[in-house]
Design a protein around this ligand. Structure first.
Ligand code: ADP
Ligand code: MG
Ligand code: MG
Length: 268
């Protein structure tokens, strides 16, 4: 199966070191929860894995499906079926959720076909080959059923005053449609309301299976009341200072992060 392997990853933002030696392996079929106090570098890690150019990798490696992807563009990473649930992907007046989803599927599918001579791989959406309408409808209906999304939702405009929960629903529908092999799911910093929390956890439970590896980023232990991860990791000051199974999350709930962080240098 596909695996994401992160070795000794160091990264800066604006010259400031944020990731300070992250080691992590996520295999297809596994659900990993990445926890840790605010500011510990969780979102930075997700952004660096996806190749966000704001962050500078200063050391270490990121391997996906046996390839070192550090030099790959974010688009190329996405076409390899690595997915980051962006907090809110784009806001275009008048574009329906369904149309937005079609465009993102076309963008990812494009990479599966060899480019023709002179063709620009990063060309405008309109120049990309389309996904056959029948296939798109079938796939979308399948995913909507799986995630219990109704038709009225996908016909709404994507900037049409979505609640936090609805934004999450759109993101997760996008994720289901693109069928990533490894997905990174980051919570919004504004925090999840109970509605969004339920949507995220029910969706993760519906989508989890042997073909999907998930790195679920959260600082809410209560998320793990709804999702049972295979592995739990705690990030602190740019490193993963402790890894374990779901019992680790229960222990954290009991003792708080201070239990792990009171020793300034953390523990291996
Ligand atoms: P977490 O997701 O665990 O809350 P982040 O990855 O968002 O942590 O942030 C890690 C550190 O990086 C914090 O100290 C934060 O202030 C800093 N940081 C994050 N994004 C930026 C940015 N765009 N510019 C400068 N500093 C940033
Ligand atoms: Mg934060
Ligand atoms: Mg964050």
């Amino acid at each position: 199966g596909s695996e994401l392997v992160i070795k000794n990853l160091h990264a800066n933002i604006e010259g400031k070191p944020i990731l300070r030696g992250v080691d992590l392996v996520v295999n297809q079929g596994e659900v990993h929860a990445l926890m840790g106090p605010n500011g510990s570098g969780k979102s930075t890690l997700a952004n660096v894995i996806m190749g966000n150019p704001k962050y500078e990798v200063t050391d270490g490696e990121i391997w996906f499906k046996g390839e070192n992807i550090l030099e790959y563009s974010p688009d190329r990473r996405a076409r390899m079926r690595l997915f980051l649930a962006f907090q809110y992907p784009m806001s275009i007046p008048g574009v329906s959720v369904a149309n937005f989803l079609r465009r993102s599927l076309e963008a990812v599918r494009e990479g599966n076909k060899p480019l023709e001579e002179g063709e620009n791989p990063t060309g405008k959406m309109g120049k990309r080959r389309t996904v056959p309408p029948g296939e798109f409808r079938r796939l979308l209906q399948e995913k909507m059923k799986l995630l219990k999304v109704d038709n009225s939702f996908i016909n709404r405009s994507i900037n049409d005053g979505f609640s936090g929960g609805e934004k999450k629903r759109a993101e997760i529908l996008q994720m289901a449609l693109l069928e990533p092999e490894i997905a990174l799911m980051d919570e919004t910093d504004s925090g999840l309301d109970i509605d969004a929390l339920k949507i995220v956890s029910e969706s993760v439970n519906a989508l989890r299976g042997p073909d999907l590896g998930i790195l679920l980023i959260t600082h809410y232990q209560r998320m793990l009341n709804y999702i049972t991860p295979d592995f739990v990791h705690v990030m602190y000051q740019g490193r993963i200072i402790k890894s374990g199974t779901k019992e680790l999350a229960l222990e954290l709930e009991d003792k708080g992060y201070e239990w792990l962080t009171s020793n300034e240098n953390g523990v291996a």
